[in-house]
Design a protein. Structure first.
Length: 385
């Protein structure tokens, strides 16, 4: 069986990396970028970490700061209009995964005329995406999605009624500026939620069906890094070492899940659109339940994950080690304040019947190691509720 493996774009990593944006923009021939971000970045003062070096380098810029927490077309089409009216020539996306995903979609639409739903990965929409995209620089301010090095954007579309994945290697930003100093002010609850997003990417990628030893190796190391540093990042947010390691782990997660994801993500996406929950929070709550659902078919892989989660497996049977891996994730959730149940985050039982068909429509579960039916999806929602 043939596989296609593609790895990240150029990455400038380390404290102070954001200050390089002016030089990077000049190197890409950018003269007037559109900055895509959210109101929180502007309010926090983080935007100045981007605009000051741009201005110093003589690069003009136009601001679009209306990206939503779970981006819809309202985070895309107004940005496209501003891009065109201001005669921009590139996109710089700054923020969490939502801002970077919105920036990718804006970048796509300024040169591609089809409706966004026609680029849906479930319909092989990536075949319609060409190299004709303006340059893009991505600057992450959270350690979660790793979208700054990823090949996809996730936007909730009216036409599909769900979070829709648009996927193409051409969507990968030209350069990612990875500056852990930008994450130092992230509140504990967001640090926890985004950190569990990164953990879920690694775990689901390692358990996903398919042959990809490169991604498997990255996933195991990413699990080790998140397990080692997330607690510190949550409880001591100014700890630059922990923030640095988490930013690297998040980026690695986006590389690892090029192999695939699983049922956690298919369950989580409707929880954002129907219940309005943060994606990483839902991943954290759901992850132990889906691990237990998958255990019968991935026991040996869960043993590997137990080792990466710092479980001493030397005196444990395979079944015991696999259960210990699940228990380690549950303990990590407890230690960082992730709620135990979906109901603790406001999810209602009556939402389940709405979410199950949306979860089945989501493509992530197609590579889950255990086939997941609609009845399974309903059971997992109810178990996690």
């Amino acid at each position: 069986m043939l596989s296609t493996w593609a790895f990240p774009t150029k990455i400038i990593f380390g404290a102070g990396a954001a200050a390089q944006v002016g030089d990077v923009a000049r190197g890409l021939g950018i003269k007037r970028p559109l900055i895509a971000t959210d109101p929180g970045i502007v309010k926090s003062g983080l935007l100045e970490k981007l605009t000051a070096p741009l201005s110093k380098s003589g690069t003009g810029w136009t601001l679009f700061d209306r990206v939503e927490g779970n981006p819809t077309e309202a985070s895309v089409f107004p940005g496209v209009e501003i891009y065109r009216s201001e005669k921009c020539d590139a996109v710089i996306a700054m923020g969490g995964g939502s801002a970077i995903d919105a920036g990718k979609a804006i970048r796509l639409k300024v040169t591609h005329a089809l409706p966004l739903e026609q680029y849906d990965d479930l319909k092989n929409g990536g075949d319609h995406i060409t190299t004709n995209l303006p340059p893009m620089i991505a600057i992450a301010t959270t350690a979660g999605t790793g979208s700054e090095v990823g090949r996809s954007t996730v936007i909730t579309l009216k036409a599909t009624g769900r979070k829709t994945v648009i996927f193409s290697p051409y969507l990968m930003p030209n350069v990612a500026l990875e500056d852990p100093e930008l994450t130092l002010g992230l509140p504990p609850h967001l640090t926890a939620a985004t950190g569990m997003d990164a953990m879920t990417h690694h775990l689901e990628a390692y358990l996903a069906r398919g042959y990809h030893p490169m991604c498997d190796g990255i996933a195991l190391q990413g699990v080790r890094m998140v397990n080692c540093h997330l607690r510190t990042a949550v409880h001591d947010g100014k700890n630059l070492e922990a923030r640095t390691e988490m930013l690297a782990a998040a980026m690695m997660g986006a590389v690892a899940f090029q192999k695939g994801l699983g049922t956690v993500h298919s369950l989580a996406h409707p929880l954002s659109t129907v219940a309005g929950l943060h994606h990483g929070l839902t991943n954290g709550i759901l992850l132990p339940h889906v691990m237990r659902f998958n255990l019968p078919v991935v026991r040996d892989r869960l043993v590997d994950l137990a080792g990466a989660l710092d479980v001493d497996t030397r005196r444990l049977s395979a079944d015991q080690a696999a259960e210990a891996a699940i228990a380690a994730i549950e303990k990590l959730n407890t230690d960082i304040g992730i709620p135990k149940r979906l109901s603790d985050a406001g999810v209602k039982a009556e939402m389940i019947s709405i979410m199950v068909p949306k979860a089945m429509e989501d493509g992530c579960h197609q590579l889950n190691p255990r086939p997941t039916t609609a009845a399974d999806m309903e059971m997992l929602y109810r178990v996690a509720l």
